[in-house]
Write a protein that binds this ligand. Structure first.
Ligand code: LMR
Length: 353
């Protein structure tokens, strides 16, 4: 009996559907997806925009985070990742986050200096010794304070991700000694501290957004640039530059940010799951970025004719004195006493080496 009623209701439903949607039926279009019925009407979607390729440490970390969030929330939260500045470029993404056009972004820390000069700390040359040193600062009290720096502006920090050290490339000459920089034009990210670094070396800094890097290089808008191997590899910068110096002189990290109003609107049971997924991704990113940068350096060596120079400790001793004004510039603009002390200590260490 139950079976008969059920079947009759189904037949009535199909007849009614055909009556009200004759064109869909005739054109063979599939029935619309009923998300009420599937229990997806409450699904929360997080749009996560970034500017690099999918096969980079940041690109892979964003995808890993998306998978973990989906797993940990049993599909209640879906993270949609938009790589390659497909939605917003470097210049646009902070505004898009504030407007809640996207809910998450992960700009490089250098790009955060326009909001607060304290972020310039991360652009100081030779600030960190190795990946352990980076990880220990990022997880320290001083490092974690960066996450709350923009809460008054509606932006919450979820994590700081590391993509390891930047290297130098150039077309004019191999950069080994400070005088090798003189007169060259170097592409930089928007940061007064990075601009000062190249000026201190006698070069001209030129700001170019990441999505325009490849075309600017083809148009000969600059002679050299600094970046991690993963970005040099994924943007094929090595194909347009003659010399690569493994200098490990600078750090490239990312501020993983979420629109604060959106975050506050999330159900209480969901927030810890997202944070858990983020913490796992952050730990994974430290070793993953190192591995990718190491592997891709080997591929560059194999695939291209770029000349590679490894900066020796002796070479570094020549660079250090040049960077004193860069540290002084930061010390003049920093607000936090803790960061000031940290930068002063690092400058002293550099001077005594
Ligand atoms: C750059 O502009 O070179 C980097 O910030 C790109 C990135 O996000 O890794």
């Amino acid at each position: 009996m139950k079976y008969l009623i059920g079947t009759s209701l189904l037949v009535i439903f199909i007849i009614l559907y055909i009556l009200f949607h004759p064109l869909d039926f005739l054109s063979g279009k599939e029935l619309p997806f009923d998300d009420e019925q599937e229990g997806l009407s409450n699904q929360i979607v997080i749009r996560f925009s970034h500017v690099v390729a999918e096969n980079t440490p940041k690109g892979l970390a964003a995808q890993k985070f998306a998978q973990l969030v989906e797993q940990k929330t049993n599909g209640l939260v879906k993270v949609e990742v938009f790589p390659n500045a497909r939605l917003y470029t470097d210049d646009e993404e902070l505004k898009a986050l504030r407007n809640n056009d996207v809910q998450m972004i992960a700009p490089s820390l250098s790009k955060m200096t326009k909001l607060n000069s304290d972020w310039g700390l991360f652009d100081l040359p030779f600030l960190f010794q190795n990946k352990e040193d980076i990880a220990s600062f990022l997880s320290s009290k001083a490092g974690k304070k960066f996450l709350t720096l923009h809460e008054d502006e509606g932006i919450k920090g979820l994590a700081l991700w590391s993509n390891g050290f930047k290297q130098m490339t150039s077309n004019v000459n191999p950069v080994q000694h400070p005088e090798d920089f003189v007169g060259q034009r170097f592409r930089i990210m928007p940061s007064d501290i990075i601009a000062e670094q190249f000026q201190a070396l006698g070069a001209s800094p030129i700001e170019v957004p990441f999505d325009q890097l490849y075309s600017a290089l083809q148009e000969d808008q600059f002679d050299g640039q600094e970046n991690t191997i993963s970005n040099i590899y994924s943007r094929r910068i090595y194909g347009f530059q003659k010399y690569l110096t493994i200098s490990n002189h600078g750090f490239l990290g990312y501020a993983v940010l979420i629109n604060e109003k959106f975050w506050n609107s999330l159900p209480d049971k969901v927030k810890p799951k997202i944070q858990e997924a983020m913490n796992e991704t952050t730990n994974w990113m430290i070793s993953q970025s190192q591995k990718m940068n190491d592997d891709q350096l080997k591929w560059i060596e194999k695939e291209s004719s770029i000349q590679i120079h490894y900066l020796s400790d002796k070479d570094k001793m020549e660079w250090y004195p040049k960077f004193k004004p860069v540290y002084h510039k930061f010390l003049q603009s920093v607000h936090s006493k803790e960061l000031k002390k940290f930068a002063e200590e690092r400058m002293e260490q550099m001077e005594t080496q």
